[in-house]
Design a protein around this ligand. Structure first.
Ligand code: PRP
Length: 182
């Protein structure tokens, strides 16, 4: 375990099992000629999750990327969602989008993005998150595919960072308080 962690919340094997389960749900829900599954990765945190998820999906799948900023430096949310990189495709009315997130906290990012992509004309929009912190919700929002509900702890790894560190850890761990309260 990394020295800055207090404990491991989800081991590599647990994350792997969760992603296999979600891939199976997407295989089931998006099978068929009339569906065109496009995973939309919300950079940067979701990149590891999406990379694994797309490998486990067995039906045809396309990928795309968006980047938003909802947080200032460190651990505090600012409450606003700005689109920094938009979805640049002209065939949205033919795409069944699944927005892929690493974590839902206040719910603002996914609530905003799903509304935005629907208004932009996507054929359908659903949401998927590896981790969900329901205790932190500020707006009402539930994802369609949820990996695991977790307690309100500062988690890093598997794409999640603290000041851009720890994203490459292959598991999800709880960061020691002393690391971010220095
Ligand atoms: C995190 C996470 C989600 C968002 C969730 O991203 O990846 O996009 O915050 O929080 P919310 O439910 O309160 O909106 P972050 O802004 O830390 O960017 P990053 O993915 O580039 O690390």
């Amino acid at each position: 375990m990394h020295k800055d962690l207090q404990e491991i919340l989800l081991s590599e094997q647990e994350v792997d099992e969760i992603i296999s389960r979600i891939a199976g749900e997407l295989d089931r829900d998006y099978a068929g000629e009339d569906k065109r599954l496009v995973l939309v990765c919300i950079l940067k945190g979701s990149v590891v999750f999406m990379g694994e998820l797309m490998k486990k999906i067995t039906i045809p799948v396309e990928i795309d990327f968006m980047r938003v900023s909802s947080y200032g430096a460190g651990t505090e949310t600012t409450g606003s969602v700005n689109i920094i990189l938009d979805l640049l495709r002209k065939d949205l009315d033919q795409c069944d989008l699944v927005i892929v997130e690493d974590i839902i906290d206040s719910g603002r990012t996914l609530a905003h993005l799903s509304r935005y992509l629907q208004l932009k004309g996507a054929k359908s929009v659903r949401t998927c998150t590896l981790l969900d912190k329901p205790d932190r919700r500020e707006v009402e929002f539930e994802a369609d595919y949820v990996g695991r509900e977790i307690p309100d702890e500062f988690v890093v790894g598997y794409g999640l960072d603290y000041d851009e560190k720890y994203r490459a850890l292959p598991y999800v761990g709880i960061l020691k308080r002393e690391v971010y309260e220095k």
